[in-house]
Design a protein around this ligand. Structure first.
Ligand code: SF4
Length: 362
């Protein structure tokens, strides 16, 4: 990889319009921009010398004056269930995580959008870190490129979910830029928007801004009263009440045949009681949606417990009887802290938490 330096232009950081401007500033033909973008995203090259359809003098110019800034270091933790957690060290030394989750015919990559998180959901390890900074679009894309670098045989990423570290709607410009690079069919990674899901903890005022991206929207709900939501997602609920959040969901311009996903992390004796299920049915009435139930994944220091299997089944059955599509999402990668709510700490007691008890979020 070409080393970054302050004076070099990091071409991976340039959105497509900026790349077009850069190429024009060099007096090169306009199509050179798409050529370079394809090498960066579709071929994942790390040197300009590999851009074999560029004239030699152009490659030399890029080598002398530009960089391709990828994560400087990567640690990989492999779970017994096939899940892989990647810990990327960014150019400034901050670390961020993404999780590759194989499940039957799917291979899902869970992406992070911030280093840490500004919110403080009580069931989430990331929330204990506080926000260090937003990720830039190329740092989000780098997680995808990195996972693709490590696919084996005929493996192919099928789904991308913005459910890792951070609140995507608190960094929406970078997320939107990343989605453009992920979905462009000409020079980008060519993913269908139907295979991409953005999950929010409830930034109601920004939910409408997801619609133009033409991806799926998930809402991390987790409580059926403001009182309880204040307790388990205090920062999110302080910003927008449950009523405001559900009003934004009802106003969301869903495409025909699409539906919203509500994520609900089940916490034993907190939000997994029959009355919670009954209230949830009422709250969601009239919304085109499904509910993903996730049993809480414990992490050191958390006050919450995982419900019993019987309690989880009972909750799901109540929802189904109330005509709510409810699915139990199996958490993967719990042994490498790669499961929902567990991203953010790669070390415990100063020792790598390698293959025994390591976990993303809702
Ligand atoms: S669940 Fe999501 S929004 Fe809440 S603290 Fe964790 S990363 Fe942030």
């Amino acid at each position: 990889m070409i080393q970054p330096s302050a004076s070099r232009v990091n071409l991976l950081a340039l959105p497509q319009p900026a790349m077009a401007t850069f190429v024009a500033s060099l007096g090169w033909p306009a199509y050179r921009a798409s050529q370079i973008l394809r090498w960066l995203y579709q071929e994942r090259v790390r040197t300009f010398a590999e851009m074999s359809n560029l004239p030699q003098k152009d490659r030399e110019h890029l080598t002398a004056s530009c960089s391709i800034e990828r994560a400087s270091d990567v640690q990989i933790f492999s779970s017994q269930d096939g899940t892989k957690k990647f810990v990327l060290t960014l150019a400034d030394g901050n670390q961020v995580e993404c999780v590759l989750i194989p499940d039957e015919d799917r291979l899902t990559l869970c992406l992070s959008t911030q280093v840490g998180c500004t919110l403080d959901c009580g069931f989430c390890l990331t929330g204990t870190l506080g926000l260090k900074r937003n990720l830039r679009a190329h740092e989000i894309i780098d997680q995808v490129l990195l996972a693709q670098d490590h696919l084996v045989d005929d493996q192919r990423l099928t789904n991308l979910v913005f459910m890792g570290m951070g609140e995507p709607l608190a960094n929406l410009d970078a997320v939107a830029d990343a989605v453009t690079r992920l979905t462009d069919q000409d020079w980008g990674l060519g993913f269908s928007g139907r295979r991409i899901t953005i999950s929010t903890a409830g930034l109601a005022s920004r939910i409408k801004d997801v619609a133009p991206l033409k991806v799926n929207l998930a809402i991390s709900l987790n409580a059926t009263t403001d009182e309880l939501r204040n307790q388990i997602m205090p920062a999110a609920n302080r910003l927008h009440s449950l009523q405001a959040l559900l009003a934004a969901c009802r106003a969301y311009p869903l495409a025909e045949r699409d539906r919203l996903t509500f994520e609900y992390v089940l916490l034993a004796d907190v939000n997994d009681r029959p009355e919670d299920a009954t209230r949830l049915i009422k709250l969601l009435r009239g919304l085109r949606c499904k509910v993903n139930l996730i049993a809480f994944n414990p992490f050191p220091g958390s006050p919450y417990r995982r419900p019993s299997d019987a309690a989880i089944d009972a909750f799901q059955n109540t929802l189904r009887k109330g005509h709510v599509d409810a699915y139990l999402r199996r958490s993967r990668g719990r042994d490498v802290l790669g499961a929902c709510g567990q991203l953010g700490r790669i070390e415990l007691n100063n020792a790598p938490v390698a293959l025994t008890q390591i976990q993303t979020r809702c």
